[in-house]
Every structure is written in structure tokens, then in C-alpha cells.
Design a protein around this ligand. Structure first.
Ligand SMILES: [Zn+2]
Length: 144
């Protein structure tokens, strides 16, 4: 069996995110290697994507809290035809990671041999600086 290693982390582009007033604190935290989530103080829902209003109960009584930065691969695919900043790249891994706190983030898996990828694989966050005051949260297999 042959294996194909994924791209080293630094060779994936890190385009700057679109930041708005509701996501400013989230992106500012990523620049400090911190992953923040929002939580509803009224119904305890963990809110993703970041926004001020709770999608479960419409409460505005929400707050930021630090996520552990750990989760599991919920679904993934090896993308051979990137678009935009990803055009022309060697194959890279696009995934949904389900965080320990519950939300599922669309992200990239980096630093992994594609042969080890599996649904349920434990992963941890790494941050890739966009050079624009933010960093993209991506995930690598948890090493112990
Ligand atoms: Zn709520």
C-alpha cells in the first residue's frame, strides 16, 4: 500500500478572513493562538459560527469562552481541485471537525499522513497566521 502525505502546514495558503463586529473578538483571539466560542447564558447552547444572538432561543445574553481546541474528525475529503487561493495546490484535506464543546467547524487537517485520516480521529487546533491580524484555526492529529 502506498501512502500520500498531506501538505506540510506552512504550504497551505492562509487567506485573511472577512471580519465583522460580531467576529472581531474571535479573530483577534486566533492571532494569539486562542480559540474562542460563544455560549448562551439562557439556554447553554454553544454557538457556531460566532454571532451575538443565540440561534436556539434568540437570546442576546451570550458570552465568549475559551475552547479546549480539541475535537474529532466528523467528516473529511481530500480535495484535488482547489479554488481561489487554493487553486493549483497539491491535494489538501478539507474537513469538518467536531469540537469537544459540540460545534462542527469546516477546516483543514494538516500535518497528517492521509492514510491515518479517519472519521473519529482525535485532533487538536493549530493556528496559521494570515498576516492580517488573524490566524486560521486548522487541526492536526493529536499526538501523545
Ligand atoms: Zn439560547
Amino acid at each position: 500500500m502506498t501512502t500520500q502525505a498531506s501538505l506540510p502546514a506552512q504550504s497551505l495558503p492562509a487567506p485573511a478572513p472577512a471580519v465583522n463586529p460580531e467576529t472581531r473578538e474571535f479573530w483577534d483571539a486566533t492571532a494569539q493562538d486562542r480559540l474562542l466560542l460563544r455560549r448562551c447564558r439562557d439556554c447553554d447552547a454553544v454557538i457556531w459560527y460566532p454571532r451575538a444572538i443565540c440561534p436556539e432561543c434568540a437570546s442576546l445574553n451570550t458570552e465568549w469562552f475559551p475552547a479546549a481546541g480539541r475535537g474529532r474528525i466528523y467528516s473529511y475529503t481530500v480535495n484535488h481541485r482547489g479554488e481561489g487561493a487554493y487553486t493549483g495546490l497539491p491535494p489538501f484535506v478539507l474537513a469538518y471537525v467536531e469540537l469537544d464543546e459540540g460545534p462542527r467547524l469546516m477546516t483543514n487537517i494538516v500535518g497528517a499522513d492521509n492514510a491515518e485520516l479517519a472519521v473519529g480521529l482525535p485532533v487538536e487546533v493549530v493556528f496559521h497566521d494570515t498576516g492580517d491580524g488573524a490566524a486560521l484555526p486548522r487541526f492536526q492529529p493529536m499526538r501523545d
